[in-house]
Design a protein around this ligand. Structure first.
Ligand SMILES: [Zn+2]
Length: 293
């Protein structure tokens, strides 16, 4: 995204460092993310949009897609692999090779709309994974949990009214991208949180809003839009989640996955810009996904 941009390569090293420091890293199986195909992307995006992104990708220098979202000569590869990671993770989990997968990917995806890049996002990675589960594997019900501090407007645009997908999210409001307050369809469980909200408000949202909807929906697979920018140390926004909150929310969702989805979970990295808090929080989340907490 350019120098001094918060969506920076060091985010992935911060997660890797904490995986090593915690000892968790050596217990995980690693996979290289493949490039997503046009067929996989076109389940979510207009094919014209995918082709336009391929064409606009620069051979040198930087191209701005919108004021927040840029591409350099490596961005197309990264975006295709971020979406491809969702596909491979879904394949591995549905093949029972692993119960759960975490995809440490950049760029993030949940603001990317059907035909528009937005907010550091080019392709909607979590949506590509969800549609792959539904269309390539024949699942009938997939849930998406989004605890990024920003509302996943792209994911909502793609799935609103889609009865095969339930999306449950918490996000700061009013705040970028200024969407998500009124639930646009019964399959959207939006819980906007006021600036300053923390563990207490998160727990209330999960226990009173998410869990009843998830228990009624009975998902066969759960995907996460795992953004860690609601952490108290992250000054991108003004929520006050703690490291332990990320373990707690993952435990609550894992219990639903164990009940209805044979424990199957796929998690995609979204935001999280305070490097130390990002690494620590991701480890809390991954530890629970891996069944090691
Ligand atoms: Zn975010």
């Amino acid at each position: 995204m350019g120098a001094h941009h918060p969506e920076q390569p060091a985010r992935l090293s911060a997660i890797e460092d904490q995986l090593i420091a915690s000892g968790l890293g050596q217990l995980l199986a690693r996979y290289e993310a493949p490039l997503a195909t046009d067929e996989q992307l076109a389940r979510v995006h207009l094919l014209d949009y995918v082709q336009a992104i391929r064409e606009v990708a620069p051979r040198a220098g930087t191209v701005h897609l919108d004021p927040d979202t840029a591409m350099n000569p490596y961005s197309l590869q990264a975006a295709l692999r971020a979406a491809g990671a969702a596909v491979l993770a879904t394949d591995l989990v549905l093949a029972r090779k692993h119960n759960a997968a975490f995809c440490a990917v950049r760029p993030p995806g949940h603001h990317a709309c059907r035909a528009r890049p937005m907010g550091f996002c080019i392709f909607n990675n979590v949506a590509v994974g969800a549609r792959h589960a539904l269309q390539a594997h024949g699942l009938e019900r997939v849930a998406i949990i989004d605890f990024d501090v920003h509302h996943g407007n792209g994911t909502e645009e793609i799935f609103e009214g889609d009865e095969q997908v339930l999306m449950a999210s918490t996000f700061q409001h009013p705040f970028y991208p200024y969407s998500g307050t009124d639930n646009p369809a019964p399959n959207m469980v939006n819980v906007p949180l006021a600036a300053g909200s923390g563990s207490k408000e998160l727990k209330k949202a999960v226990l009173e809003e998410w869990l009843p909807a998830l228990n009624e929906f009975k998902p066969e697979l759960i995907l996460f839009s795992a953004g860690f920018d609601a952490h108290a140390e992250d000054d991108m926004a003004m929520l006050r989640f703690t490291d332990a909150d990320y373990a707690w929310v993952t435990e609550q969702v894992k219990a639903v996955a164990d009940r209805y989805a044979q424990g199957r979970m796929v998690s995609m990295l979204e935001g999280g810009y305070a490097l130390s808090a990002l690494g620590r929080s991701a480890v809390q989340h991954i530890k629970v996904l891996a069944g090691l907490s």
